[in-house]
Design a protein. Sequence first.
Length: 183
Amino acid sequence: MSRDTVVAKRYAKALYSAAVEKGITLEVEEQLKAVVEVLHSDQEVQRFILAPRISESDKLKVLRTALQDKLSPIVMNIVELLVERGRTDIFAELLDTYIKIEGDALGIGDAKVYSVYSLSEEEQAAVAAEFGQLVNRKIRVTNVVDPSLLGGLKVYIGDTLYDGSLSSKLERLEKSFNDKHRR
């Protein structure tokens, strides 16, 4: 386990404990997702946060002003702490770890479902119900469109892959033909 993983895990556990005390675990998750999204998608924000010539105190002033009314105090505290310590690089890992801790505590599993087209609410609910029974948890579905699958679904729950994609089936079929012809 890398040092960043260990650090992110420590922060995620502390953040989750604070969120439980306040009864805002899901809100904290959503706020963390928003922070990670901004940090990873907005290049100007990235440059500002990583700029070595801008002091941490100046960065914090700007962040406090920009995020003050958008984040709960406990999420704002973690943002401030990571900026002060120069650890903004672990936000994504912090979010992933937080979601895992939260899911384990609440009996929720997160499924990343890859499909050729965007799944409707009903299709997502059907996938959640089917895989929920399989893993004995309530499943939250995140749909990712991947036209290279050709058809079917690829579902990741934690570290487990359930691959029912047409492209994967074709690859297995091709491999079995190649194995038979080599003999």
